[in-house]
Structures are given as structure tokens and as C-alpha cells.
Design a protein around this ligand. Structure first.
Ligand code: AMP
Ligand code: MG
Length: 343
């Protein structure tokens, strides 16, 4: 359905609830991002249980939203559009965000827009980094994709065939007693290893090759890394090797995507893009190919409501809205599901 509506007078609210993070963010009347207010459930043991994460989101929703208004001196009447993550993600979590969005939009009598979470990562990155037509390396907990805009859609050129790279890092950390999220702790351990061993050798720390054509696999790397620790190799050394292997594989697929498409920008997104070593590898690869590497601030790499508001603002201004009948969630929503009508 198309809707002639100008968002210029008010703020667009964005609600993110695809998995462990519940987040409310805003863009101002000109589409300028305003930092989100978020909370992430951190399971004490095991992975994320969708029902528990959904309960977490329900319990915190009023508090997070009030804080967002308070931080920015706004009132509900300043909101002229409401966006939410429609998919992909965990059904129970998505439904909480969608229900909150429907309630707020109908109470305020403003348009509602369900957006594609993966596309939101791309658009906040383009806005923040000023890049035009990048290859996106989207590396998060549940997703690992290499994406390019072709014929009016963001197409997945390559992706993980098993688990997301972030889940792999979190599982490895959990297997060795480190709580969620494991990625940042693995980064610290790897850094410690190279500080103590300025010329580290990969000998004895080799892991499987994760590239399969344009796709990736991480479960073999995970099993092999666990075995290296069991065999008595220092945990920090294995963290270093794990990062080198897993990140090199992602960068290799991104490089192939640059070569195939003839594009000249790489944009990193998703929580794992907070990692300095991954950013550094992308810069080195791009420099070697006379391309440029871009990465948004960390608060916009992790899941956040602001990116949902940003994409919602773009879509609403392009005349797209979601009716209550269309506002169900889609756990399996693909990146190329959404026609890119705004860029
Ligand atoms: P997201 O799913 O996009 O919210 O991102 C969450 C994922 O990012 C989790 O798997 C984290 O372990 C991972 N992550 C966050 N910071 C880092 C980091 N510095 N290095 C590696 N992974 C990270
Ligand atoms: Mg994400």
C-alpha cells in the first residue's frame, strides 16, 4: 500500500527485537539518527531461549521507551511514524516488537512500517559512512552474509551455510567458561596473545578453511578450535587463530564480491563488525585493491532501534506503509525480499 505522507514534521521511532536485544531508537525529522536506548538479555547458561528473551523484552519495554523520550526531551506526540523489525529473527521476540509498534502507532494515529532487519544494517551503515553502493559484509550473531545491491534489491552473494559467525564465537567462548557475548572476550584474549608473542606462528594452530565458493561454514572451525584447547594449546593462542581463520574467510568472500561486481566500497555491519582485527583486515584488503573500507560506530553495528527508525523513515518517505493486516512477522525474511525503492 502506498501512502502520501511527509515525515518532515516529526520523529520516526524504531523498534528492534529480532533476538537478544530490545531497543528503541529515533531519527529526527530530517532522517538524522539519534542513539538508541537498549537492553540485551545475557543468559547465565546456554544460548538464548526465545521465550525468555521475549519475556525480557516485554518487561523492559515501558522503561526503555520512557528513557528514550526523557533523554531527548520528547513526548509521544512528537512521533510521526513507527518502524519495527519485521524479520528475520526469532518469532517470539519479533512478535513483541511488532505488537509494541502496532499499539504505539494506533494510539498515536501515525503510520506503521515493518522493515527488513538486514537491510536496516546496510542503510544505517551507508548513512553513517557516506558510502554509496558498497559490498556489505554483514557479520552478526545469527547472520553472516555478503550482500550487494543489484537490480533494485540487496542480493545475497554469499552466506554462512551453517551458523552465524557471532554464534560461533559465542559458543566457543561458552565452551570455555566465558559468558555471552563471547566475541569481545575472544578479541581481548587474541590481543593478549599477540602482545605476549609479537611474531605468532600459526603452526600447530591450523583450523579448517571456511570458504566454499561464495559461501562460508563455521561449525568445522568451532569443533577444531575446541579440540585445540582440549589438546592443551593456550586458550589465548586458539582465540587468535580462530579470529585469523574466521575473519580471513569473510574478507576473502567480500574480496571476491568486489571482483565479481566491480564495486569499490566495503561496508561492515553487525555486532562482529565491532572487532578491530576484522576492521583492520578489511582495510588491508581494500587498500590492496584500491577500494575503500567503511564501518559505522559500534553502537550502530550491534542491533539497535535507530537503524530500524532510519530504514522506516526512508520507506515511509518513499510512500510505503504496513497496514495492520500486513503487520505479521516473518522469521525467515530474506535480505532480497525488500525492493529498494528509496536509493
Ligand atoms: P548482533 O547479532 O548484530 O547484535 O551482534 C551480536 C554478536 O556480535 C555476538 O555474537 C557478539 O559476540 C558479537 N560481537 C560483539 N562485539 C564483538 C567483538 N568486538 N568481536 C567479535 N564479535 C563481537
Ligand atoms: Mg543484526
Amino acid at each position: 500500500m502506498r501512502f502520501a505522507f511527509s515525515m518532515r514534521n516529526g520523529y520516526t521511532l524504531g523498534i528492534e527485537s529480532t533476538a537478544h536485544t530490545f531497543s528503541f531508537g529515533l531519527v529526527d525529522p530530517n532522517g538524522e539518527p539519534i542513539p538508541s536506548v537498549s537492553d540485551t538479555i545475557r543468559p547465565t547458561e546456554g544460548g538464548i531461549h526465545p521465550r525468555e528473551a521475549a519475556d525480557h523484552h516485554v518487561e523492559l519495554s515501558a522503561e526503555l521507551l520512557s528513557k528514550l523520550f526523557e533523554n531527548n526531551g520528547l513526548q509521544p506526540s512528537d512521533i510521526t511514524g513507527v518502524a519495527y523489525s519485521q524479520g528475520p529473527g526469532m518469532g517470539a521476540c519479533l512478535r513483541i516488537g511488532a505488537a509494541a509498534a502496532r499499539t504505539i502507532a494506533s494510539k498515536l494515529d501515525v503510520p506503521l512500517i515493518g522493515v527488513n532487519h538486514c537491510v536496516a544494517h546496510i542503510e544505517i551503515g551507508r548513512q553513517q559512512c557516506g558510502c554509496d553502493d558498497p559490498i556489505l559484509l554483514y557479520v552478526s550473531g545469527g547472520n553472516t552474509q555478503v550482500i550487494a545491491r543489484l537490480d533494485g534489491r540487496y542480493r545475497v552473494l554469499g552466506e554462512t551455510l551453517d551458523i552465524g559467525i557471532g554464534n560461533m564465537l559465542d559458543k566457543f567462548a561458552r565452551n570455555h567458561g566465558l559468558p555471552f557475548p563471547g566475541g569481545p572476550q575472544i578479541e581481548k584474549a587474541a590481543l593478549k596473545w599477540i602482545e605476549e608473542n609479537p611474531n605468532p606462528t600459526i603452526e600447530g594452530l591450523e583450523l579448517p578453511y571456511a570458504v566454499h565458493g561464495m559461501d562460508l561454514t563455521f561449525s568445522g572451525i568451532l569443533t577444531a578450535a575446541n579440540k585445540l584447547v582440549e589438546k592443551g594449546n593456550p586458550f589465548e593462542a586458539v582465540c587468535w587463530s580462530l579470529q585469523e581463520h574466521a575473519f580471513a574467510a569473510c574478507i576473502e568472500v567480500a574480496e571476491r564480491a568486489l571482483a565479481h561486481t566491480g564495486k569499490s566500497e566495503v561496508l561492515l555491519g553487525g555486532g562482529v563488525a565491532c572487532n578491530e582485527r576484522l576492521r583492520n583486515m578489511s582495510e588491508i584488503m581494500c587498500e590492496e585493491r584500491s577500494a575503500s573500507s567503511h564501518c559505522p560506530p559500534k553502537m550502530y553495528c550491534i542491533d539497535n532501534g535507530t537503524m530500524i527508525a532510519m530504514l522506516g523513515w526512508l520507506e515511509l518517505n518513499s510512500g510505503r506503509i504496513t497496514t495492520p493486516q500486513q503487520s505479521g512477522v516473518d522469521q525467515e525474511m530474506r535480505t532480497d525480499h525488500t525492493p529498494v525503492i528509496w536509493a
